[in-house]
Design a protein around this ligand. Sequence first.
Ligand code: PDD
Length: 278
Amino acid sequence: MDEIYLNGSFLARSEAQISIMDRGFLFGDGVYELIPVFNKKVFLLEQHLQRLKNSLNLIQMDEVKGLDKIINTLVNKNTKNTFFIYLHITRGPQQYRNHIYSDETEPTVLLMCEDYPQFSDDLIKKGFKGTVQDDFRWMKSNIKSISLLGNVLLKNYASTNGCYETLLIRNKKLTEGSTSNVFLVKDGSIYTPKLSNELLPGVTRDLLIRLLHKNNLKVLESDIYESDIAEADEIWCSSSTNAVVPIVKLDGNMIKDGKVGPVTTEVYTIVQDFIMNF
Ligand code: PDD
């Protein structure tokens, strides 16, 4: 959709302008959220706004009020039923480029509707390829920061190698994917890295843990070592764009028999059902 929200106004995307002195532009000084809208309903809004509040707090910015109203207006203006709200808040423009921020800057608030491909059931059934790289990003990956150069390079590494995702390793341990959280199945148990400053507390990750729990499937939040990945029976990635993406091959090696496993299929069915009935 072409109409966006910027600093108090709804206007055409092509008309929207920000200052070259915006700290978001100069320093990547800001945070964001990506919120799904399924069948005209905003998905897990409260959880996304809570994470946004935490991210703002972690970069010493104040909460921005009234976002839910802006989101509803954008949803009503959009003729599509399913899309994503991209919400981006920077520390705003400052008169001179200066690493030190002033208390006087007014935040820049941008919200717009974006489309991201939703993988078909057929694609999900086939599964995707993944690759593994060192996690060279900064140590505050729990902040949903707009400074995404590390993630951008790592996601492009996956893409240029014909993969969906790059799984990231720091100190021999799995942190997350470049744009997703990661789950692994071994001998019937489900594991995901425990939350820390080294990974994003994914809204989908949290949803999956809760849904699996309801379905009597426990997820163990624990350290996962590089060697565990190689020996996994099943792996999937989770994110707001595609809740469950099975990985069946890693750096050319099949995960088990190279087919989407039963636990991944079950969790995919459970989450699709939840989205349909939300
Ligand atoms: N990214 N980890 C990283 C590094 C991510 O970028 C994302 C999502 C996730 C999953 O979080 P959630 O389940 O809340 O979407 C984990 C979004 C989709 C993006 O940057 O576009």
